[in-house]
Write a protein that binds this ligand. Structure first.
Ligand code: GDP
Ligand code: FE
Ligand code: FE
Ligand code: FE
Length: 187
């Protein structure tokens, strides 16, 4: 797999600032992969493609969700969460990626899911803590990410859910399930 091909294809899909975000997620994910024992190359591939569909139209995303038989309940939730599962399908169909862990890491980078692999957690966390992010509480998660992958991911999930609730946004059920499972595992 030629990473330059993936990078150039991704660059064409994204606005410049979003492409810069992607490059920072790549660097952060490779660092986290080395720290926590995931495959740095897989982390790089998943990170390059994670936001590939970020600027696709509602219509295009809906078409892929239906054709690929992705969970139909996605369509009842915020469009912002669609680019992750669709991105995994694009990675498979357009770039021939077959590694399920890479595909799953793209798929779960926005809401997470229960029983995430180390690679999935690495990509999820890298997306949350890359140096350009300015969420309230992100510095605490960056600090936790030096020490404990699970604790850091749980804190990122908690922060996201609390933020969305404060905005009166519906939370996708998988996000709650992911948070609850990790919390149980750590208690
Ligand atoms: P980005 O693509 O790098 O901006 O980051 P993400 O893919 O992690 O998140 C995309 C957007 O989805 C953000 O605005 C999140 O706040 C939002 N989001 C994450 N989880 C949920 C959820 O469960 N429900 C809703 N409505 N939005 C969510
Ligand atoms: Fe995203
Ligand atoms: Fe995220
Ligand atoms: Fe992202």
């Amino acid at each position: 797999m030629d990473l330059d091909v993936l990078l150039q294809a991704t660059k064409k899909q994204l606005k410049p600032e979003r492409y810069e975000h992607t490059l920072r997620v790549v660097d952060t994910a490779v660092e986290l992969a080395k720290r926590f024992g995931a495959d740095p190359f897989k982390a790089e591939v998943a990170s390059i493609l994670h936001d590939y569909c970020k600027f696709w139209s509602r219509e295009q995303l809906t078409e892929w969700i239906k054709r690929c038989q992705l969970p139909p309940d996605l369509l009842q939730y915020h469009k912002e969460i669609w680019h992750a599962p669709v991105g995994a399908e694009v990675a498979r169909e357009e770039f021939g990626i077959v590694d399920e862990d890479i595909l799953q890491s793209i798929r779960s980078h926005t809401v997470g899911r229960p029983s995430m692999s180390i690679l999935e957690k690495v990509v999820y966390l890298a997306d949350y803590i890359e140096p350009g992010r300015k969420f309230p509480g992100v510095d605490e998660v960056r600090r936790l990410a030096e020490i404990d992958l699970d604790v850091a991911v749980l804190q990122a999930m908690e922060n996201t859910i609390l933020f969305l609730q404060s905005q009166k946004q519906p939370i996708y059920p998988l996000a709650i399930a992911a948070r609850d499972e990790l919390k149980r595992m750590l208690s």
